[in-house]
Write a protein that binds this ligand. Structure first.
Ligand code: TRP
Ligand code: ZN
Length: 881
């Protein structure tokens, strides 16, 4: 039977629940296949609710074992129950206690929502709607309750028992010598999605933190035995996050303990459950031998992100799931700022913008586009998107630009003070900033309502006699499904006018747009902006720091881009100038490749890259980023339609080879500067490794006869994962001699480290070789592959679909077909992960005709499958609409 489309849930239909649940006492008798849950809920009718109004509780595949009201079992005619719903037909009108018994099967839970087991450890995942798979409940974020959790388990199976809040009591269970229990109490009212418990045989590392008002907090990170020595970086990141949030946002921790548990089977990155964060182990575990510098940076960011949710998400939560960006956009903004303060601000900004453009821009330009605050959904799990998270953070960043740093601080202070303990909305958030700044933010709020990336086009002309510069500016959003017209938005464009000496020039006045300091504030479909008192024709630096999430088209000659790549005082735009230059050049090469012509790289690009390579005054991490060419997917996005990924790959390979061969001597010099000495995971040392490995990549692409030798040598000598993986990638992706031996050596070395093995799968899945699909098929049957482990699936199938454009997009459609097979197989067991994998088809209409018809056929096949989950049904329907 083909699954029917589930009904859409709409923002405009929001109304509060008729009852509220004030307290929850849970008792969980853990057993792998039959866990008995007993819930005692203190329920109160709201004053607006008529006495006798039915109470409808959510369930998710539950089995009811007992039910009573105020201690008395209730008659069967006064309720109805299914696995997904419990309805009390006429509940008491005075506050009452509802006791519910349910039985659940953690071992059968392959979807990893609710209570499940990961490597034998019991753990929970309740966001967004997993709590209803534990007990019947008003499973919605605006019902805030105080939770007490009693956990009971066999002592040998689960010596560690963890819950939300503070530990209250623990000990042996009377008359059951093999069992023990623990009671946890969380005094802070919270929504059900923040509930968590963990039970298992885990090791831990401990530390402590004293908050600024003197509260002593015990910090613990729990991991599988034998992994304790991989927690140092996560613990260090946690303590730095706690201090930073006090100093920058004035947010202090509010419990006596803070626990983190790392598990190996997890649908997403991590989860901010109150006082008990649960993490994908990939964002906790790190050491020199198994984690790359990128892993270290990710761990720092995700630890901070989850910790920061304690205020932005937990103390102040969302009224409904449409407000998801209220916690996610703001918390991403906060973690980005934290990482900027820990590392190089410019490098962090460039990395964040790259991520935004590679993940969010395509989402916002295709069938899955939605506003930062969506107005309807059928499956909320499908809205944990780059738009809600990353574009949501950009909107907060623009807000800060508009109200200024002081206004932003005053606004967040007011938000924390006014809404603490509430489930609230974007409107309430914005009102705080409007109030403190005196600004009318109603037009700005459009950023939350309207999907699509605005295209800002700028044409400039300079009049030497009048000493004036005129900009003709327009903004528009291309039509999207369900959004034919767009309205002009408030767009802050930070800018500079660069003179021939490379310094920013002054000007007298500006007409036609509001200017605040170095920021032009656009608000109309078309604007003509005139600067007077401009003494020479400037090089125009627009959108400095990427001050708004827009596409900017401002035609600029290669020579001007080269000038700005060397002189722009804004490091972000300096990077952007070299990227734009490389993109323009690569797009010419793509056209040549499509026409079957010879591929000759532009000399201006070769020169600019040569200067960056040799400019020792620049930060190595910045140089490494500036030397990186736009990726294949970036180029495909620029091309936009009729994309032939093979031509894109050829163009990029040609430029890489030309860069390598042209600058061979500079590259050799850069390689010889590789540092030795004790390993340091900090940003500075990481930047040097990034630069050396970027140089190595060009060297490997050059015609140097000793290239393969040097890469193999680095692989053998590497004393850290960053360098080892960089060398392995070059060997495998370049199909260089030694590749197979290196793969084998890597596998042998890391056989027992699951996270390192993920990298082994990923390197092979992303090789741009015609043999890759064959390899990936074999790997899917490899003894080390595990279709039930989301990280492993992501490292093979997802990596192939998103990190290998030319092979996923093979002209024969076999890449699409392979991924579709996996979506279907996965869908029955883990719909959330299947649906996420399925989103890799979202840009299918951008391919040239042959490929897009193959992609469409793969989507059709998924769409026609029987019993497709609501998650995958939603994505496939939107992709095909
Ligand atoms: N709230 C989590 C975060 O952003 C992410 C999250 C949402 C999640 N749903 C999830 C994590 C499901 C794991 C599983 O930090
Ligand atoms: Zn989050």
């Amino acid at each position: 039977m083909r699954s029917d489309t589930a009904p859409a849930i709409r923002l405009e239909d929001y109304s509060p629940a008729p009852y509220t649940i004030e307290a929850v006492a849970l008792d969980m008798q853990l057993a792998p296949k039959a866990t008995q849950v007993h819930a005692r809920l203190t329920i109160r009718r709201l004053t607006d609710t008529l006495p006798g109004t039915p109470l409808v509780l959510d369930g998710g595949g539950l089995e009811l074992t007992s039910l009573s009201v105020n201690g008395v079992a209730i008659p069967v005619e006064s309720y109805t129950v299914t696995p997904d719903k419990l309805e009390l037909l006429s509940p008491p009108s005075e506050p009452f206690e509802l006791e519910i018994g349910t039985r659940i099967d953690p071992d059968a839970n392959t979807q990893l929502e609710g209570l499940y087991r990961s490597s034998g450890t019991y753990c929970t995942q309740c966001e967004a709607e997993g709590f209803r798979r534990i007990t019947y409940f008003l499973d919605r974020p605006d019902v805030l309750a105080v939770y007490t959790t009693r956990i009971e388990a066999r002592k040998s199976e689960a010596p560690i028992l963890l819950g939300n809040g503070n530990p209250v009591e623990s000990g042996p269970v009377p008359d059951k010598p093999e069992r023990h229990f623990a009671i946890w109490h969380d005094p802070h009212p919270k929504p059900s999605y923040l509930f968590a418990m963990v039970a298992g045989d885990l090791a831990h590392v401990a530390d402590s933190f004293t908050t600024r008002s003197g509260r002593n907090v015990d910090l613990k990170i729990y991991v599988e035995h034998g992994r304790e020595d991989k927690c140092d970086w996560a613990m260090d990141s946690l303590k730095r996050s706690m201090r930073w949030d006090e100093e920058v946002f004035g947010c202090e921790y509010d419990l006596d303990v803070f626990n983190i548990v790392a598990v190996s089977d997890f649908n997403m990155g991590a989860m901010e459950n109150k006082g008990l964060n649960i993490f994908n182990d990939k964002y906790v575990l790190a050491d020199q031998d198994t984690a790359t510098d990128q892993d270290y940076a990710n761990i720092e960011a995700v630890i901070a992100h989850e910790y920061f949710h304690n205020w932005t998400g937990n103390r102040i939560t969302c009224r409904d799931w449409f407000q998801l960006c209220l916690k996610e956009g703001l918390t991403v903004f906060r973690d980005q700022e934290f990482s900027s303060d820990m590392r190089s601000r410019a490098v962090k900004r460039i990395s964040d913008v790259r991520l935004l453009k590679s993940h969010q821009f395509p989402e916002d330009a295709g069938p899955l586009a939605h506003p930062v605050r969506p107005r309807k959904y059928t499956e909320i799990n499908n809205f944990y998107t780059a738009t809600v998270y990353e574009k949501g953070a950009e909107v907060v960043r623009m807000l800060k630009t508009l109200v200024g740093a002081d206004g932003f601080k005053a606004g967040t202070d007011l938000y924390f003070q006014r809404h603490d303990g509430e489930a609230t909305t974007i409107e309430a958030f914005l009102a705080c900033f409007a109030e403190v700044s005196g600004q009318d933010l109603s037009h700005f709020a459009l950023w939350y309502e309207q999907a699509g990336t605005p295209l800002v086009e700028v044409e400039s002309s300079y009049d030497a006699t009048a000493q004036s510069l005129t900009l003709q500016i327009s903004q528009e959003i291309a039509p999207l499904p369900g959004q034919a017209d767009s309205k002009p938005a408030v767009i802050p464009i930070r800018f500079g006018l660069i003179g021939s000496d490379g310094a920013d020039m002054s000007f007298d006045k500006v007409e036609g747009a509001e200017v605040r300091q170095d920021c032009l504030i656009l608000s109309q479909r078309r604007q003509t902006v005139r600067f007077s008192g401009v003494s020479e024709r400037p090089a125009l630096s627009l959108l400095r720091g990427f001050s708004a999430p827009v596409k900017l088209h401002a035609p600029e000659k290669d020579q001007d881009l080269a000038f700005r790549a060397a002189h722009d005082s804004d490091p972000f735009n300096r990077w952007q100038a070299s990227q734009t230059l490389a993109t323009q050049s690569l797009l010419r090469l793509v056209r040549a490749a499509e026409a079957g012509e010879e591929l000759v790289a532009d000399s201006v690009v070769l020169d600019v890259f040569g200067s960056i390579l040799s400019d020792g005054s620049l930060d190595p991490a910045f140089r490494a980023l500036s030397l990186q060419l736009p990726g294949e997917a970036d180029l495909a996005r620029e091309i936009g339609k009729n994309v032939d990924p093979t031509a894109v790959l050829k163009a990029r390979d040609a430029l890489r080879a030309a860069l390598g061969s042209t600058h061979m001597d500079l590259l050799r010099a850069a390689l010889s500067q590789r540092e030795s000495g004790p390993f340091d995971p900090g940003a500075e040392a990481a930047g040097k490794r990034a630069l050396a490995n970027q140089a190595l990549a060009y060297f490997a692409a050059s015609d140097a006869s000793d290239a393969a030798l040097i890469v193999n040598d680095l692989f053998d000598r590497a004393d850290n994962m960053t360098d080892r993986l960089a060398a392995l990638t070059l060997l495998v992706h370049g199909d260089l001699p030694g590749a197979q031996a290196a793969l084998e050596a890597f596998r042998n070395r890391h056989e027992t480290s699951s996270l390192a093995l993920d990298k082994w799968f990923m390197v092979q899945a992303t090789a741009p070789l015609s043999s890759t699909l064959e390899t990936v098929r074999d790997l899917a049957g490899h003894r080390l592959f595990d279709e039930n482990n989301p990280n492993r699936v992501r490292s093979l199938v997802h990596a192939f679909a998103t990190g290998n454009p030319s092979q996923f997009g093979r002209p024969d459609g076999a890449g699409f077909s392979f991924v579709a097979d996996h979506v279907l197989a996965l869908d029955a067991r883990n719909p959330q992960v299947a649906a996420r994998l399925l989103t890799c088809f979202r840009s299918w209409r951008a391919y040239e005709a042959q490929r897009s018809s193959h992609a469409e056929a793969a989507l059709q096949r998924i769409s026609e499958a029987e019993n497709l989950s609501r998650d995958s049904r939603d994505i496939v329907d939107r992709c095909l609409q």
